[in-house]
Design a protein around this ligand. Structure first.
Ligand SMILES: Cc1cc2nc3c(=O)[nH]c(=O)nc-3n(C[C@H](O)[C@H](O)[C@H](O)COP(=O)(O)OP(=O)(O)OC[C@H]3O[C@@H](n4cnc5c(N)ncnc54)[C@H](O)[C@@H]3O)c2cc1C
Length: 398
């Protein structure tokens, strides 16, 4: 490996966050040499191509969090980008429903957060829910979010990739970053020196941060999300239907979403995976990652910050389609296992676990040193927030 190269900005990872940051860099520094390195043979191979495709509105998150601000802003930035690039967006909105009266205080808390976060929602009576989404069921009231939408993740990533390459960004596929020394990276093909490195490596962002000399207490704990798609006529559901999430965990719970073509899909689960890219059975198993999971999952299970044991006990049975559908039927009672004929590609969340405080990190985390910036915990809704994350990160470089 004798080849070496230089550039102004080096972005590691061509998921949606890396591409959005490369785009924002090219808008702010039109003359700069921007290089994106991606270990896979295509963009958005991992979380950015394996998610629910929901443009979140931003009402779930604590008002002082990055997630709250960057999701609210990212929702409109991404929508505008997609409209400008002729990528279809289905403006279906979303209803959050309760399955028993004990969930009503948590539903009210979501409405309170929406107000503090500057997100437009309204609390509706069960009778109004029957007009908005007749197949959904709630107890007493539901939350209506008109700015939640959906798009096709592949179409979104392709549009972002076209846009960055048209702006002169060089995206190098099949090139894995193996080592980082200050502002120089060694890849599977060459050595590259950059004025500044931006780590958007998703599942491996914690490792790249450590290699870069950034001290942090985190390790990625991978949580797998399984989905099933229904064989139902388009229009069976017209709105996304979500449960009230357990605020102790960073997951939103199994939901029923309307896809861009009007179909219905249910999922995702939140089951610990054995490795970061262990999408099915033995695929992607890395023994060092399995060891990391076995060391850290017990810490999560015994943590006072989360209902870990309860989460695992309720999630693992959802490997069975019947159990997953039973969960979704709390939201839409007509759903039956027979309707769900195809399993979709699973996704895995790059969820950070704070090994010192034994806590899943709830917010996005952005760390810097003299040579590099690190986007950690780019879990949901970082797909929605990507363009707003990019604005914030690039503004901080100035
Ligand atoms: C099941 C599931 C459902 C979700 N639903 C939603 C949703 O509905 N709405 C929403 O807004 N968000 C959702 N999310 C979250 C969303 O998918 C992520 O926040 C977003 O995709 C993160 O993008 P990213 O670019 O950081 O990560 P990724 O897409 O994982 O990209 C990181 C890239 O870095 C590359 N890489 C890693 N290591 C290296 C290396 N050493 N060298 C070179 N390249 C490397 C990887 O190959 C990968 O392509 C969901 C996530 C999951 C898993």
């Amino acid at each position: 490996m004798s080849e070496s190269a230089t550039c102004d900005f080096l972005v590691i990872g061509a998921g949606i966050v890396g591409l959005a940051i490369a785009r924002e860099l090219s808008l702010n520094y039109p003359e700069a040499r921007i290089l994106v390195l991606e270990k896979e043979s295509a963009v958005a191979t991992h979380a950015s191509g394996r998610n629910s495709g929901v443009l979140h509105a931003g009402f779930y998150y604590a008002p002082d969090s990055l997630k709250a601000r960057l999701t609210r802003d990212g929702n409109s930035l991404l929508r505008n980008f997609l409209i400008e690039h002729n990528v279809p967006v289905r403006e279906c909105g979303k209803v959050v429903v309760t399955s028993d009266s004990e969930q009503l205080p948590a539903l009210d808390e979501l409405a309170r957060r929406a107000q503090l976060n500057g997100v437009n929602v309204s609390m509706i009576e069960a009778a109004e829910l029957a007009t908005l989404e007749p197949r959904a069921r709630t107890v007493d009231r539901a939350l209506w979010s008109p700015t939640t939408a959906v798009a096709d993740t592949t179409a979104v990533a392709d549009a972002m990739m076209r846009d960055v390459t048209n702006r002169g960004v060089n995206v190098s596929l099949n090139e894995q970053v193996l080592r980082v020394d200050e502002n120089t990276v060694t890849t599977s093909q060459r050595v590259v020196t950059a004025s500044h490195i931006i780590n958007c490596a998703g599942m491996y962002a914690d490792r790249i941060a450590t290699m870069s000399g950034v001290v942090h207490p985190y390790v990625v704990l991978p949580f797998k999300g399984l989905y099933w798609k229904a064989n139902l006529p388009a229009g069976f559901l017209t709105r996304h239907v979500y449960p009230v999430p357990d605020p102790r965990n960073p997951f939103l719970g199994v939901h029923a979403t309307v896809t861009i073509d009007g179909s219905v899909k249910i999922g995702p689960t939140a089951i610990p995976a054995l490795s970061r890219e262990n999408y099915s059975r033995l695929s992607g198993l890395q023994w060092n990652e399995v060891a990391e999971v076995f060391i850290n999952v017990p810490k999560f299970l015994t943590s006072s910050h989360h209902s870990g044991g309860q989460l695992i006990a309720s999630e693992v049975p959802k490997y069975l389609k019947s159990q997953l559908v039973a969960q979704a039927a709390h939201l839409v009672p007509e759903l039956t296992p027979q309707m769900f004929t195809h399993q979709l590609r699973p996704g895995i969340r790059a969820q950070l676990f704070d090994t010192v405080n034994k806590k899943l990190e709830m917010d996005f985390v952005i760390k810097h040193n003299e040579f590099s910036t690190h986007i950690l915990n780019a879990v949901s809704p970082a797909w929605t927030s990507s363009l707003a994350v990019a604005r914030q990160v690039v503004a901080q470089l100035a």
